[in-house]
Design a protein around this ligand. Structure first.
Ligand code: SF4
Length: 282
């Protein structure tokens, strides 16, 4: 699942096919003290609450931050969260195995029974994929030691915390960072994923002062079998502008306390659906 050769191919292909991301200095995250990167207010909003644009009008922000409504977790959201956790455990267990020879299998601890089949399929697939790649890099002499073996197989730091406060955001956890790209794993629909990736990249730039010009969304499906597809998104001015627009609109909704109302059609899997459509029987 995104081994070094896969990640490098994705980065290289993006550079050839889509070109280098054009990023003007004023859109770098480290310019957080000046507009347009400087936020209109520091409200500590969660990036995932607005960047993906799941709620077409932004009413979810009003409900969560102004009205104090609690989201009702829907099955796809719960499943996505569980599968994310299982993926990270598989990555960690693999690294533990290489560094210490540990055979411990923590993959399914705490996973509710109804999600166990998919969780098990994902965990087994990821470990089998990594073990196969490990044999290859060792047999071909690519890995000189344990650390380089891990880097060839899982060339990413995962669950990287980043302080988004200077951008008006809360503390966030980026799924992964590798080869200078920011990576998000998605187990369901991910509209506007480039906007979210631009936000994460700008938060990383603000905190660590290094440019992050490429985002990679890895779309994973687990349905008996596991399939994944890595899609590259150059994080150019346009993507960054869209992130800033979404952030400023979100801040405006929360700061003003205005209710933007419901759109003509709402996705049934929205965690606020019962709050917005109580009259329709939830
Ligand atoms: S139910 Fe509709 S209006 Fe309410 S938060 Fe969800 S998408 Fe937005």
């Amino acid at each position: 699942m995104l081994t070094l050769s896969e990640l490098a191919n994705t980065v290289r292909r993006a550079r050839v096919v889509k070109g280098h991301a054009e990023v003007s200095p004023e859109y770098r995250g480290w310019n957080f003290e000046r507009p347009p990167v400087r936020p209109p207010a520091y409200l500590g909003l969660a990036l995932s609450d607005f960047a993906y644009g799941y709620c077409p009008t932004g009413r979810s922000l009003y409900l969560k931050y102004v009205a104090g409504e609690r989201p009702t977790p829907t099955r796809p959201l719960v499943e996505g969260s569980i599968l994310h956790g299982v993926l990270f455990r598989a990555m960690e267990d693999f690294k533990k195995h290489v560094y210490s020879g540990s055979q411990s299998v923590s993959g399914l601890e705490g996973v509710p029974e109804e999600y166990a089949a998919k969780a098990q399929a994902l965990y087994r697939y990821v470990l089998a994929r990594y073990m196969g790649e490990l044999h290859y890099v060792r047999a071909s002499g690519l890995a000189r030691g344990r650390d380089s073996a891990v880097w060839h197989v899982v060339p990413m730091h995962v669950q990287v915390p980043v302080d988004g406060s200077v951008l008006g955001l809360s503390r966030a956890v980026v799924d992964a960072v590798g080869l200078g790209a920011v990576v998000e794993f998605k187990f369901g629909p991910a509209p506007n994923v480039d906007v979210a990736l631009a936000g994460y990249a700008m938060a990383l730039e603000a905190e660590y002062g290094v440019p992050v010009d490429l985002g990679i969304a890895v779309h994973v499906t687990v349905d008996g079998e596991v399939h994944y597809r890595a899609q590259a998104h150059p994080l150019d001015d346009a993507a960054r502008r869209r992130f800033i627009e979404a952030r400023d609109e979100a801040i405006d909704i929360v700061e003003s306390g205005r209710d933007p109302g419901t759109p003509p059609k709402c996705p049934r899997q929205c965690p606020f659906y019962p709050a917005c459509h109580a009259d329709s029987g939830g």
